[in-house]
Design a protein around this ligand. Structure first.
Ligand SMILES: *Cc1c(COP(=O)(O)O)cnc(C)c1O
Length: 355
C-alpha cells in the first residue's frame, strides 16, 4: 500500500477499473518505449498484438485497437447497422445504460431495442419477441443482437446459451456482437477456449476488454468475418479512436497475451469474488443478490448496514438493480477482502439487527 498526499491508497472494490496496470502490460509498455517507430498502427508492436489475437482465437480475424469500451461497442455496432436498423440488447446492457447514447450517435440513429430480463441475460425467446414484434416500415429493422460476456450483473453465458442465441440470430438474419469488457473473466469462468466463447459460438464481432484486465487503456475489436470490417479503420479515425502512437495501445496487449497474464489476471479476480462470496454466507442480514459466476458479487442488505459500511470508508455502487456491487480486479489482495468481510459482518451485527 502506498500513499499520495498523505492519503492511503487502500484497495476498494467498487469497480475493477480502480486497479492499476499489471506488471506484464507495464513492462511491455516500457519495452515499446525504445526508439522511433512508424505511427498509426504501421509498427511491429501492432503487428505482434494482432497476430497474438489471431493465434489466441485460432482465427484470421481483423483486429482494431481503440481507447475504450464505449468506442469499441459503438463503432462495432455502427459498422453492422444502417441508421434505420435496430440493435437488440438487454435492459442492463452497458450500451443502453452507460454509453450516453454513443451507439445511437455513431450509427446515426440505429435504435437500441431493449429486452426486459430479470437477470440481465438475453434469451432466444426475448430476442425472438423483439425480432418479430413488428414487420412494418414504421419500426426500426432489427439487425444486430448485442450481449455482454460476462454480464453487467456478473453472470456468464454458457456455451449452450450462446449457441442457442446465435441460432436465433441466424433465423432472423441478425448479426451477433459481444461486449467483452470482461471477456477474460468469462473465459476463465467457463474454462473454454476464447474461440469457443466467441466465433465458434456464432459471435461475429467481439469487443475484448483490456482495461479491466490490467491495462491502462485499450480495447480490441475483433471481426471474425473480415468482410464486416470494411472501412472500420476510417470509422475509428473519424471517431477520434485512431492512436497515432499506436504501439502504446498494442504493447500492453502483447504483454498480456504472450505471457498468459490476461487469463491469470481474470482467474485471480474470479477467485477473489468466490472467496468473498464464501465469507458472506452466514452473515445474518446479508444475502447474495445473484449467483457469483465471474468477478462480481451483488449483495442485498438493509440500507443502515450499507450506510455503516460506507462510513467505514468502503466504496461500492448500488445503482444496478438496487443491490450493492463489489467487483474484484486482477490485483485484488485477499487480505483486503477479508477486511471488507470483517467490517461487513460487524456492520450487519450492529446496524442491521432490530433493537
Ligand atoms: C467497463 C465496461 C465497458 C467499457 O466502458 P468504457 O468506460 O467506455 O471503457 C463496456 N461494457 C461493459 C459491460 C463494461 O463494464
Amino acid at each position: 500500500m502506498t500513499a499520495i498526499d498523505g492519503r492511503e491508497l487502500l484497495q476498494q472494490f467498487a469497480s475493477d477499473n480502480y486497479a492499476g496496470i499489471c506488471p506484464e502490460a507495464w513492462s511491455a509498455m516500457a519495452a515499446a518505449n525504445e526508439g522511433h517507430v512508424t505511427s498509426y498502427g504501421d509498427d511491429p508492436w501492432t503487428d505482434r498484438a494482432s497476430n497474438e489475437f489471431r493465434e489466441l482465437f485460432e482465427a484470421e480475424c481483423e483486429v482494431f485497437l481503440v481507447f475504450n469500451g464505449t468506442a469499441a461497442n459503438s463503432l462495432a455496432l455502427a459498422s453492422l447497422c444502417q441508421s434505420y436498423h435496430g440493435v437488440i440488447c438487454g435492459e442492463s446492457a452497458h450500451v443502453e445504460t452507460d454509453e450516453c447514447g454513443a451507439p445511437e450517435f455513431f450509427s446515426n440513429g440505429s435504435k437500441l431495442l431493449v429486452a426486459h430480463s430479470a437477470d440481465g441475460k438475453l434469451t432466444p425467446a426475448s430476442i425472438r419477441e423483439l425480432a418479430t414484434k413488428r414487420q412494418d416500415i414504421h419500426y426500426p429493422k432489427p439487425r444486430v443482437v448485442t450481449l455482454t460476456q460476462s454480464t453487467e450483473m456478473g453472470r456468464v453465458y454458457s456455451l449452450a446459451e450462446l449457441r442457442a442465441i446465435a441460432d436465433e440470430c441466424k433465423a432472423h438474419g441478425l448479426y451477433l456482437h459481444m461486449d467483452g469488457a470482461r471477456f477474460a473473466n468469462a473465459v476463465a469462468s467457463l474454462g473454454c477456449s476464447p474461440a469457443e466463447v466467441s466465433w465458434k459460438s456464432g459471435v461475429d464481432v467481439l469487443c475484448f476488454g483490456g482495461t479491466k484486465n490490467g491495462m491502462a487503456v485499450g480495447e480490441a475489436v475483433l471481426f471474425f468475418d473480415r468482410k464486416l470490417a470494411a472501412d472500420f479503420d476510417y470509422r475509428c479515425k473519424q471517431a477520434g479512436q485512431l492512436a497515432s502512437k499506436m504501439r502504446f495501445l498494442a504493447a500492453p496487449w502483447v504483454g498480456l497475451l504472450e505471457s498468459g497474464a490476461w487469463l491469470r489476471n481474470a482467474t485471480h479476480a474470479n477467485l477473489c469474488a468466490r472467496h468473498f462470496e464464501k465469507q458472506i454466507e452466514g452473515i445474518a442480514g446479508v444475502q447474495l443478490a445473484g449467483p457469483v459466476e465471474a468477478n462480481a458479487v451483488f449483495l442485498a442488505a438493509a440500507e443502515p448496514v450499507l450506510e455503516a459500511l460506507r462510513k467505514r470508508g468502503w466504496r461500492f455502487y448500488t445503482f444496478i438493480g438496487g443491490a450493492a456491487r463489489f467487483m474484484f480486479a486482477w490485483d485484488t489482495d485477499l487480505g483486503r477482502v477479508d477486511e471488507l468481510c470483517r467490517d461487513l459482518r460487524e456492520c450487519a451485527e450492529r446496524d442491521g439487527l432490530p433493537g
